[in-house]
Design a protein around this ligand. Structure first.
Ligand SMILES: CC(C)(COP(=O)(O)OP(=O)(O)OC[C@H]1O[C@@H](n2cnc3c(N)ncnc32)[C@H](O)[C@@H]1OP(=O)(O)O)[C@@H](O)C(=O)NCCC(=O)NCCS
Length: 264
């Protein structure tokens, strides 16, 4: 059985750091240390773990040795018009390779949402790589996030093994935790939007392109072509409102004009 709960104690935070390194292969300049996880927990962030109770450990709720996934978020403040508004920036989500595609990533996000709403926090943001079809499917199709922002080379140079040496371009996911859109999507009422004005494609072969030296030029060309399309669309007020996959695993970002309810 997999238990999803807040991480406790130094050892569970250290297990998150190990899984972070296993997932992204970060060097010591990029890795987020245990102390930062600890501080995030103390100041209103979240360190939520997925624990496999089948892995031998002292407690039925799991322990550091049974950590198979985690979600990590930091508290943030939005300023501008009106009162300053607290929100969460979700910085990392990782599931051990052998445990992927069984719903754990989704369960970790849903626990982030539940815990945030229980504290009166209604908004969460995170960034994700626009070339990662799987993450787009999870963030937009399954969770109901929308996207209106593109950050070119957001982190600068990265030692991440998932980045394939490409610029660290990111889309900004906006998750309105208790909006009618998100509630409908989580309840399985796929809010199919008839308002699609533009589609931006990512071929399934992107994963092979990113993984090989020979494919890197193709990945780079796609990244820069899609960057232009996203930036242009966002400058016109469009938002990513849906994401679909075809039978071959190619991904399609579907953009349209968001309603006021989708952006508040
Ligand atoms: C992203 C990640 C956390 C997802 O965890 P997970 O436990 O596999 O997620 P889930 O099982 O809840 O959902 C995955 C969904 O993607 C789908 N999927 C899997 N491979 C896919 C692919 N190549 N293209 C499109 N969708 C894909 C799964 O079928 C599932 O969708 P479904 O429930 O509609 O069938 C995990 O893959 C991971 O750790 N990746 C590396 C780190 C990372 O990229 N983190 C996120 C960015 S910070």
């Amino acid at each position: 059985m997999i238990v999803i709960r807040a991480c406790e104690g130094f050892e569970e935070l250290a297990a998150c750091v190990r899984l972070q390194i296993e997932t992204w292969g970060y060097d010591e300049g990029d890795v987020i240390p245990r102390r930062a996880f600890l501080v995030a927990q103390k100041i209103g962030g979240q360190v939520i773990g997925a624990f496999d109770s089948e892995i031998t450990c002292s407690s039925p709720n799991g322990g550091p040795e049974s950590l198979v996934g985690f979600a990590f978020s930091l508290p943030g403040v939005k300023t501008g018009a009106g009162e300053p508004r607290a929100y969460l920036h979700s910085h990392m989500l990782a599931v051990k390779d052998a445990y992927r595609n069984r719903g754990l990533g989704t369960r970790l996000k849903l626990e982030q949402r539940r815990e945030a709403l229980a504290r009166g926090l209604r908004y969460m943001e995170w960034t994700f790589d626009p070339l990662e079809i799987k993450n787009a499917h999870l963030n937009i199709h399954k969770l109901g996030a929308i996207v209106r922002g593109y950050r070119a080379n957001f982190y600068g140079v990265s030692s991440s093994q998932l980045q394939g040496g490409l610029p660290t371009d990111r889309l900004l996911a906006e998750w309105r935790l208790d909006s009618s859109r998100v509630n409908a999507i989580l309840e399985g009422n796929l809010a199919v939007t008839p308002r699609i004005e533009e589609r931006i494609l990512v071929p399934a072969s992107i994963y092979q392109w990113k993984a090989s030296e020979a494919g890197r030029e193709l990945a780079l060309a796609l990244q820069s072509a899609n960057r232009q399309k996203f930036q242009q669309a966002f400058s016109l007020g469009l938002a990513v409102l849906a994401f679909s996959l075809d039978a071959e695993g190619n991904g399609v970002f579907e953009l349209g004009s968001p309603t006021q309810a989708e952006t508040e």
